[in-house]
Design a protein around this ligand. Structure first.
Ligand code: CUA
Length: 316
């Protein structure tokens, strides 16, 4: 009963043992084999210990030596070799990279203090730049190129697969295949500074047709891009750091905001995406996310902040 209650805490959007991807399923299987194997061996050891404690007569020396030889040396050696062999046998399937030349989707993710730049690359189409949210088609293998522009971050979507570091000056590759649609959470898993714990993203696994439609929509500016907020956004200098397709804003220092309104979260996975939260983030980003590189804009007239927030929320 207690075990059931305890394990129910392990399901959800950020759980390696509630897998929704091929690689995560292998990792979860390995986890359960190791856990059950360890539990059985522990139970056997405790049983032998209890038997030894309760036994009244002494063991003969040859019997004790035999027990130590078989149960204390031969059995653990064979078991550990078998478990190691099983883990090694699983390993190649945890890193299956797409064949070179095959028309596959590549998603380039770059870690920044404290957000993620996401670029979708497909042969024959211009790249799509986004941030803090990753969408991928269910049932298709996707190759991730993982980079960092500052310090070491680590990329992990527990429900979909294993973890991989993002190292400045290096390109690491990881391949994942989602098996169930859904929204999952990916945290940064390498301490990277003050707001390391506030650096996350959502990973949305979509039906392939729905995904293609979404990606096609990302190639064009949002219908809301020409709204009145755009003028204020440019006038107050936001475009020096942020890009919004269809406007003069082409900054690359901060997250691309071209379709901000359609993202599920704000501030790299830490706040629900609402107009109020966008306004709060513009006014005092360092209160929401200590150490963030964006300066606070609380000196702007509140009406301007509201207008910009409303415009950004409308960028679907
Ligand atoms: Cu990025 Cu921790």
């Amino acid at each position: 009963m207690l075990t059931v209650a305890w394990l129910s805490g392990c399901s959800g959007i950020q759980s390696a043992i509630d897998p929704a991807g091929e690689e995560a399923t292998h990792v979860a299987t390995l986890f359960w084999v190791m856990t059950c194997g360890g539990a059985l061996i522990w139970a056997g050891t405790v049983a032998v210990l209890l038997y030894a404690v309760r036994r009244r007569t002494l063991y003969s020396e040859p019997a004790a030596s035999r027990l130590i030889f078989w149960a204390g040396a031969v059995f653990p050696a064979i078991t550990l070799i078998l478990l190691l062999g099983y883990a090694l046998w699983l390993m190649p399937s945890l890193r299956p990279l797409a064949q070179p030349g095959a028309p596959t989707l590549r998603i380039e993710v770059t870690g920044r203090q404290y957000w993620w730049r996401v670029i979708y690359r497909q042969p024959g189409t211009p790249p799509v730049v986004s941030a803090n949210e990753i969408r991928l088609p269910v049932g298709e293998r996707v190759e991730f190129t993982l980079k960092s522009d500052d310090v070491i971050h680590s990329f992990w979507i527990p429900a979909l697969g294993g973890k991989m570091d993002m190292i400045p000056g290096r390109e690491n590759r990881l391949s994942l295949r989602a098996t169930k649609p859904g929204t999952f959470r990916g945290p940064c898993t390498e301490f990277c500074g003050t707001s390391h714990a506030l650096m996350a993203f959502s990973a949305v696994a979509m039906e392939p047709a729905e995904f293609r439609q979404w990606l096609a929509g990302q190639h064009v500016p949002s219908a809301g891009a020409t709204g009145t907020g755009a003028r204020l956004f440019i006038r107050h200098g936001c475009g020096a750091c942020h890009a919004v397709a269809g406007t003069e804003a082409t900054g690359m220092l901060g997250p691309d905001l071209s379709h901000l309104g359609s993202r599920e979260t704000l501030g790299a996975g830490i706040l629900p995406n609402s107009q109020d939260n966008i306004a709060r983030f513009i006014a005092e980003p360092d209160v929401i996310k200590p150490g963030v590189q964006m300066p606070g804009f609380d000196m702007l007239p509140p009406d301007d902040i509201e207008a910009i927030a409303s415009w950004l929320k409308g960028l679907k």
